[in-house]
Design a binder for this molecule. Sequence first.
Ligand SMILES: C[S@@+](CC[C@H](N)C(=O)[O-])C[C@H]1O[C@@H](n2cnc3c(N)ncnc32)[C@H](O)[C@@H]1O
Length: 330
Amino acid sequence: MRGVKVPKKEAEKVRKQLLELNLLDINFKVKHQGDFVIFPVKDKIEGFEIVETTFEKAIRRPQSYREVVDIPEELFPLLPSSFDIIGDIAIIELPEELFPYGENIGKAILKVHKHIKAVFAKGSKVLGEYRVRELIHLAGEKRTETVHRENGIRLKLDVAKVYFSPRLATERMRVFEKTREGEVIFDMFAGVGPYSILLAKKAKIVFACDINPWAIRYLEENKKLNKVENVVPILGDVRKVAGQIEADRVIMNLPKFAHEFLREAITSVKRGGVIHYYGFSHEDNLFDEHIEMIERVAEELGKSVKILEKRKVRPYAPYQFNIAIDFVVF
Ligand SMILES: C[S@@+](CC[C@H](N)C(=O)[O-])C[C@H]1O[C@@H](n2cnc3c(N)ncnc32)[C@H](O)[C@@H]1O
């Protein structure tokens, strides 16, 4: 077989070049010979020392569950390319046609991703006040409790009882970076605490409210798990506590209904304080309607606002985005 022989110290650079040129034959193992490395190549290449040699066959681990899954060939195009991983639990969104093969799909995910212990399919949209979805067990352990790591913290939660999306980790880090030492934070819709526990590292105190008793139970556990003491969990409807808190920063992570809670948010923030508002929007009108609403409610309360930042957080449905608007209240 044909190989490209290079000194060890140049090996990484050459490997990248060969990969870019699609000349590296990944079905064979790279050979080490003294101070040299020999790469198996598919074709001749100029500018390198070419040698004839033998290579051992590479045992290539599958990179995706789609390489090992057992389903009828005509359904392959319907297989999702990705799924959510929360702790050691995978949650996949399957089209109806793939449900009869759910167990095979679950088993394929377990086979390729050794750290995943249970696989569920989304059984519904995120529903109701608690923002929880139905889940259908596909394979592995019949367990919905797990510990998820993100942004340097650990979050214990039950994927069937509370809302949690690993896709918001970057957004949470963005808010953490904006937070200044010693702030008073009001996390109006705290869930199990992915914002609250993270922001507590900088804040003086975090008031963390949620109406779902399971979320507050896990939030209490997550305080201990992360050795965080300056988070005050509040179980109940945020309407009952709003206005009693004077925060430097308010987080409104309830995109579906946040607009209904603007009055509560604005009356809970100090003059000059910041509100992180989230919403869902069609791509044709991402921010204007939300901003009009924010300005109207502020005016009704005799206040004014200044928009600091508006951004798409993530796609959420066809043509729909989860958006974030940061604004100051005066
Ligand atoms: C989209 S989840 C966000 C949870 C968390 N912030 C996160 O990032 O994972 C919204 C949360 O708001 C809670 N919730 C809904 N209505 C509420 C209300 N009126 N008062 C307090 N919490 C509420 C739900 O139980 C849910 O946990």
